[in-house]
Design a protein around this ligand. Structure first.
Ligand SMILES: Cc1ncc(COP(=O)(O)O)c(C=O)c1O
Length: 400
């Protein structure tokens, strides 16, 4: 057998914990267990028919749908992205400042790849989306994690100031956020923008949950000032807003030099995102689907039910998240308690016990840089949510 040595850079990363836990919950389900998997960050709604129909029509027509497009997207789609940024966010971009990629995850990967060298530091507020630190490490950078759990999951200017060093190249912000659902208001984001103003620090603003805000309003970081615009790569996509996770389309608007470098990187990896998915996205971006307000209402009602249900479980504290479709309750009250013969030592043990004994899947907060918390997605049916709450409450009552 040859000794196939793996690259050091892959040794620095771990597989996605959320995808792994989702797969585990699905496997238990396949074994016939009545598991409620609140693990995945995926809308449970169908991609709206007009979006699918746009793709079906293009497939029937043939021709361009089976061909390469320019690396960063078709001119029509780039125009639609520019219009979206102008309409929703008041941001003005030229076509060369836009890049369409294979999901927002790919957009962020390209952006970090274009910006980060060995030894560069990237400030990542915690709790964070699991892929940020992994991507940073993959590209040789160092994630500098700044805990926000004591300030309502909002990065304070003081904490940010303390984390900045001469090696800081990039700050990642994500409102509404995964895993907390926290929505950072204009004042909070302005305070952050003021700290980085005048520096050479780039900002990735991951706004993938923009359309899922229940309290307050979405704020585009790049819209805060000319200075913020000049340093910010605004990331968005179709997955969460339009129930299009499988279509794999994300996009950015940002500083010309950065987007050009991202485009070059993409030109040697995926080339253009799948042509038929670009055509479907064109329909989605031209007009928000008519279903969106109703989805938002349903998510909000589920959120309220989840928060109330969790707070009624002994030892659990759950803040009300303003957006996305996650709750991020504090389970530290369960640590050290016993369920039968098992001591709940940490959030991983809590999630393991909840999955195997209560048949409810959640993701340990430690995976997001917040040990003692658990993330549940409420992109699930009303019945599933009701059942999950009942099971968690019953489990809580059984703890000694
Ligand atoms: C905060 C955040 N950013 C980006 C993504 C990636 O989205 P996409 O499916 O478009 O790659 C996700 C998906 O889970 C997310 O939660």
């Amino acid at each position: 057998m040859p000794n196939l040595r793996l690259a050091r850079r892959v040794g620095r990363i771990q597989p996605s914990a959320t995808l792994a836990l989702t797969a585990r919950a699905k496997a238990l389900k396949a074994e016939g267990k009545d598991v409620i998997a609140l693990t995945a960050g995926e809308p449970d709604f169908e991609t709206p028919m007009p979006i699918r129909q746009g793709a079906i029509d293009a497939l029937h027509k043939g021709g361009a749908v089976g061909r390469y497009t320019p690396v960063g997207g078709t001119p029509e789609l780039i125009k639609a992205v520019i219009e979206k940024f102008r309409r929703d966010n008041g941001l003005d971009y030229k076509p060369e400042q836009i890049l369409v990629s294979c999901g927002a995850k790919h957009s962020i990967f390209n952006a970090i790849g274009a910006l980060i060298d060995d030894g560069d530091e990237v400030i990542v507020p915690a709790p964070f989306w699991v892929s940020y630190p992994e991507m940073i490490r993959f590209f040789g950078g160092t994630p500098v994690i700044v805990d926000t759990s004591a300030s309502g999951f909002v990065l304070t200017p003081e904490a940010l100031r303390k984390a900045i060093t001469p090696r800081t190249r990039l700050l990642i912000v994500n409102s509404p956020g995964n895993p907390t659902g926290a929505v950072w208001d204009r004042q909070a984001q302005q305070a952050i923008a003021d700290v980085v103003a005048g520096t050479d620090i780039a900002v990735i603003s991951d706004e993938i949950y923009e359309k899922l805000v229940y309290d307050g309003a979405h704020v585009a970081f790049a819209g805060l000032s000319t200075d913020a615009y000049d340093r910010t790569i605004t990331v968005n996509g179709v997955a969460k807003a339009y129930a299009m996770t499988g279509w794999r389309i994300g996009y950015v608007g940002g500083p010309l030099a950065v987007v050009k470098a991202m485009n070059a990187l993409q030109s040697h990896s995926t080339s253009n995102p799948t042509t038929v998915a670009q055509l479907a996205t064109l329909t989605a971006l031209k007009n928000d689907p008519k279903e969106l307000p109703d989805w938002r209402r349903q998510y909000q009602a589920r959120r309220d039910r989840m928060v109330a249900g969790l707070n009624a479980a002994k030892g659990v504290k759950c803040a009300v998240p303003g957006g996305a479709f996650y709750v991020f309750p504090d389970f530290r009250g369960w640590i050290g308690r016993r369920h039968g013969d098992t001591v709940l030592l940490n959030d991983a043990a809590i999630c393991e016990a909840l999955l195997t004994r209560a048949l409810v899947g959640g993701v340990p907060g430690g995976e997001f840089g917040a040990p003692g918390f658990v993330r549940f997605s409420y992109a699930a049916s009303d019945e599933e949510i009701a059942k999950a709450i009942e099971r968690i409450q019953r489990f809580a009552a059984e703890l000694v």
